[in-house]
Design a protein around this ligand. Structure first.
Ligand code: HEM
Length: 360
């Protein structure tokens, strides 16, 4: 599953860890004018990120845009990403990874909430009348990367080139969609009273790590149903397959709402779906993730994240158009170069992978 070459600039999938994030899921209204407006908007996203990001150069503003399977068909038609399909539900009864409506995902990250807020406002202004908001969550970084449940979250994430390797589609995998990624999101609500009533040792068994110091439990202590055990995957050769997560806590304490917005990027939906199956159904079935006794998934969506040049080119691609999508030549001086230059002053993260080694 190693990509041969990566010639298209990814969106800012592996952006720096930020202090704030907005997650917005939209449905496209069912008329031709709305679909045309969304397509045109695809060419505006990069410019809006640049414009807003310039105002706070060190603010790490970025935005990732993803499209669901149904949205891809109605907005763009052929060609389509090889592994894009509707969100698959896992589990049953009390423990279900539910699928909920949504055509477009916006994942906006910055160190300050005002940057996220301003970019979301500008992006939504351009979509006015063309979309309906299904869900909107404003997440915050909690002390030293603590999830809502009090454990450090994100420790085992791949970084640098490894993050690119696990999240970005290579040219030999799905040539028309090289530089793209898949992203899966779920909004979870927690029973914090129940969770906090557990002894810390029981919580540590559920996560598979110590709570204060975030050290992985020894194999002879860590239960096979721990979150860490059920989400650790190996390929046929015994090499670990990772995904890139940037979960955020959110909530409204005054209303008793305490949640985690799960977001996972990968270059195929398969590993994330395998993790969901292990968590919700169990490995073997019945040996499920006890975190789910205190956490309920209330949304679920799978989206394809086109490369940055493809996102811009999609503005001119409607169903029934040519079976290929023309993207700018990766080596030509174009918006990517501009973006890389903008990046040099830290103003935005699109293009943040420029300069990272490509798969050969
Ligand atoms: C209620 C929602 C969730 C919470 C609060 C949560 C929290 C955590 C925490 C605290 C860790 C340990 C530190 C770390 O390595 O990041 C972790 C690890 C991990 N989680 Fe989650 N998680 C949630 C949902 C999910 C979902 C839905 C998936 C995948 C579909 C997932 C995949 C992973 C993976 C791959 C690891 C690293 C495992 C390892 O290598 O040890 N998590 N999570």
């Amino acid at each position: 599953m190693t990509p041969a070459s990566l010639t298209q600039e990814p969106q800012s999938v592996s952006s720096a860890v930020t202090r704030s994030a907005f997650f917005i899921v939209l449905s496209v209204n069912e008329d031709a004018a709305s679909r045309a407006a969304v397509r045109a908007w695809c060419a505006d996203v990069g410019n809006l990120v640049r414009a807003v990001g310039k105002r706070v150069p060190a603010g790490n503003l970025s935005c990732v845009v993803g499209f669901s399977s149904d949205a891809w068909d109605t907005l763009f038609g052929e060609p389509r990403p090889a592994e894009l399909h509707p969100f698959r539900e896992f589990g049953k009864g009390e423990r279900v990874a539910v699928a909920t409506p949504g055509d477009i995902l916006l994942h906006i990250r910055a160190d300050e909430t005002d940057l996220c807020f301003e970019l979301a406002t500008q992006l939504m202004k351009k979509l006015d009348g063309a979309v309906t908001t299904e869900d909107e969550v404003h997440g915050f970084r909690n002390f030293d990367m603590r999830a809502m449940i009090g454990f450090v979250d994100g420790t085992e994430n791949p970084t640098g080139n490894e993050a690119v390797h696990f999240t970005v589609i290579g040219e030999n995998e799905d040539p028309d969609f090289c530089g793209g990624s898949y992203v899966l999101v779920q909004k979870y609500l927690h029973d914090m009273k129940g969770w906090n009533a557990l002894p810390v040792e029981a919580q540590e068994h559920i996560i598979g790590r110590t709570k204060l110091q975030d050290i992985e439990l020894d194999e002879d202590v860590k239960p096979s149903w721990s979150h860490s055990s059920l989400t650790t995957l190996d390929d046929a050769d015994g090499n670990e397959i990772k995904i890139l997560r940037d979960n955020m806590p959110f909530g409204r304490p005054g209303s008793g709402e305490f949640g985690t917005y799960f977001i996972g990027y990968a270059r195929s939906p398969a590993p994330i779906e395998q993790m969901l199956e292990n968590m919700f159904v169990g490995l073997p079935p019945g040996n499920y993730d006890r975190l789910l006794d205190f956490s309920r998934a209330v949304t679920g969506g799978l989206f394809f994240v086109p490369s940055q040049p493809l996102l811009e080119a999609l503005a001119d691609h409607e169903p029934g158009a040519a079976a290929t999508i023309d993207t700018p030549d990766a080596s030509a001086p174009d918006t990517q170069t501009e973006t890389a230059a903008a990046n040099a002053d830290g103003s935005l993260a699109i293009g943040s992978l420029k300069g990272a080694p490509r798969y050969e």
